[in-house]
Design a protein around this ligand. Sequence first.
Ligand code: AMP
Length: 415
Amino acid sequence: MMNVLVLNSGSSSLKFQLIATDLDRIQHDADERLCRGEVERIGGEAIITVQMRNGPRQKFTASLADIPAALDYLVRWIASDRSGIKEVQTLADIGAVGHRVVHGGEMFAESVIITDEVLKKIEDCIDLAPLHNPNNIKCIVAARQIFGPKLPQVGVFDTAFHQSIPEPAYLYAVPYHLYRRHHIRRYGFHGTSHRYVAYRYRVLRKLTREQTHVITLHLGNGCSAAAIRGGCSVDTSMGMTPLEGLVMGTRSGDIDPAIVNLIATKEGLSTHQVDALLNTQSGLLGISGLTNDMRVLQQELREHDDRRVRLAIEVFCYRARKYIGAFLACMGGADAIVFTGGIGENSADIRARICAGLEWAGLRLDETRNQQMVGVEGEISSSDSSLHAYVIPTDEELLIARDTVRCILGEPHPS
Ligand code: AMP
């Protein structure tokens, strides 16, 4: 049995989970989540939120200057009596660390043990994800300092699952030398989430990996769709960066690239500023002018029937439906659509809006099942559907912990 510390580091936040698992537990779906939480506002008076097993959330504050300080604080708290985690009495009781790493470029098609060489390659990918990879690297280096070089650390990449996407689907139709020189191509993200829900789907349906043909929709604050054929990703909506594809909380998703220059000229902005506008001021927030929070938008629609709120929701659902249609064509049909992410898992209304008009493809939602399936796993299509629909809550941390154990034990980890 191994206590795996799963880390997901952002610019000013560090999310973590402590998961006890081994091959036997993975097999029987009996992994144990000992603790989870988040350090926010790193760089000043940080807020630490923790939750033991299924206990109540506790909140406290500490002055934490950077990621190493936050991680140091966190692991010492986990190993202290204050945490009440009896499985971890000293740092030596943590057997491995699994890191979510955003960009693995073309170098990582699966999770790997982090060696010096691997760390160097992750550094080489900084150009592709300048806002994300540096934080992941800081966290890996900090963990090495705290636990010592002997503790195994594993990198699980957001992009890895999509490395199976074939050339015609990942190449942009721009001069080919840009791909050769600058690696400009579609990579895709949310891979761990798409991979996890595709895996759960095949467990639910008692299928093999090769029999798994699904379109997965990760609809959270970030949103992406993946076309999964024979258990492998064959296309996805996010591109070189997470900006492409579906409409998201604050990201535009697909736009005409000529708009960038146009906005820059008309609004007197630099291209960097337009990039920020498309990433942080667009999407649901941009159209509604109100919020990126789907829950609030839906409440607003119910209570005030605001026109722009309705538009934001309609554009969001239209784009998702358009991708379903496109992927059905690209992958030669699918057996199911799988909804996940905060919106996909919880909002029956959005699921119904997305699936409306997909009867031609054999998809009919069962209204009662759809309403019932909130934050739980299950089918939401009617029994006469030939294209099924499922809700499957994602669990990226669990997959990271499992990959970490499997990498360390030299076990294959294809699912
Ligand atoms: P995530 O990034 O996966 O945590 O998802 C965040 C998004 O899920 C936000 O837009 C939330 O408003 C949305 N969300 C969470 N619960 C619900 C709900 N019950 N109905 C609609 N949207 C929800």
